[in-house]
Design a protein around this ligand. Structure first.
Ligand code: CA
Length: 362
């Protein structure tokens, strides 16, 4: 196509045609932007860095849709900066974008937790309803405004798994003293129940679990967990993740750089991110269905946590959230918006999606 266009322009320009001038002037004024996007996940990490809806797929879609006007070079964790320094790098403008999860930044702004996943919170459908149509994205940007950044969802794992445990969990007491990799608010909840919480980047989980530096770990779901080899380091796989019912990937953008983007490129970024949000979740359904079958064949013991343990985790989650809300008005504002939406969504879900799965589906 570019050959045809060049040939046309050359021919038209040579002929001094009236059409040539604006066409050539557009070509000469074409501005190509080269941006950098870092990730909290290592190069090649499935879902986050590789595959449909990943950071590299997002950059490819933006490059294609903008016809090469916005080129985003993607860096895995450790390639340009360490895993969890994306927030500071985007804030400083060292890089224009970071691809991760907002719950890594709760030390900077606690309310960031709500834009990734809230324990016992909303599923993929609910969180998207809140983010896109219930004011969630506006609140996300309000939380980041003091840092000079904007954000949007760009991926979702769907419900995650509770995680891998070397020993069976029969009662709440079994959690006491357990060394576990678990980020975010769920980490605080476990800590209150006596767990020694560790926040390790994805790449460090397997060696730590295998060597016994930690006794338990959550990462994502069957496909990604199997890729890390976690089934070789622990045999109990606790299922339905109470802690992350639908984990949102975050596209974090330096606001000054965003404001300078032409409107069409802003639209391309927003639409590519929304596409990746859906496409990545679809991919997870396929990849996890296959991987779960395989893990069971490998002898993994997959089961939900006992009801009493779930009950204790829920009670502790409510306490942790209440404390956070009491401390910070912006957290309260986000919390109230999230739970007002959830309350209506739950009532709707009871007669729609949930009812379908419990009462109608074979
Ligand atoms: Ca996780």
């Amino acid at each position: 196509m570019s050959f045809v266009r060049r040939k046309f322009l050359t021919g038209a320009a040579a002929a001094g045609g009236a059409l040539a001038a604006p066409a050539i002037s557009r070509a000469q004024n074409r501005v190509v932007l080269n941006w950098k996007m870092t990730s909290a996940y290592g190069k090649g990490s499935p879902f986050y860095m590789d595959g449909p809806g990943s950071a590299t797929d997002l950059a490819k879609r933006i490059r294609e849709m903008s016809d090469g006007r916005l080129n985003i070079q993607v860096f895995g964790a450790g390639e340009l900066i360490p895993a969890f320094e994306g927030f500071d790098a985007v804030r400083a403008g060292t890089v224009e974008m970071n691809h991760a999860n907002s719950y890594f930044w709760t030390g900077k702004a606690f309310a960031a937790q709500y834009f990734t996943a809230v324990p016992f919170g909303m599923n993929f459908q609910g969180i998207n309803g809140w983010l896109y149509d219930g004011g969630g994205i506006d609140l996300w940007n309000e939380v980041y405004a003091p840092f000079g950044m904007v954000a949007m969802p760009c991926g979702n794992t769907g419900v995650q798994m509770t995680g891998w445990f070397k020993k069976e969990i029969k009662t709440v007491a079994d959690l006491k003293g357990l060394k576990m990799r678990i980020p975010g608010l769920a980490g605080k909840v476990y800590a209150n129940l006596g767990v020694d919480v560790k926040v390790l980047p994805g790449g460090e989980i397997f060696p730590a679990l295998e060597r016994g530096v930690i006794d338990a770990a959550e990462f994502v779901g069957p496909f990604q967990d199997r890729r890390l080899g976690l089934q070789k380091a622990a045999k109990y796989y606790y299922t339905t993740g109470w802690h992350e019912p639908a984990t949102v990937s975050e596209l974090l953008i330096n606001k000054a750089a965003w404001d300078k983007l032409p409107k069409d490129l802003q639209a391309i970024v927003s639409n590519a991110a929304a596409a990746c949000n859906v496409i990545s979740e679809g991919w997870c359904q396929k990849a996890n269905s296959d991987a779960m079958e395989d893990l069971k064949k490998q002898g993994v013991i997959a089961r939900p946590l006992p009801d009493d343990v779930i009950k204790a985790l829920r009670a502790e989650t409510n306490k942790v959230l209440a404390e956070a809300v009491a401390k910070d008005p912006l957290t309260k504002k986000v919390h109230d918006s999230y739970f007002a939406f959830k309350s209506k969504f739950d009532r709707w879900s009871e007669v729609s999606e949930e009812a379908y799965h419990v009462k109608v589906r074979d």
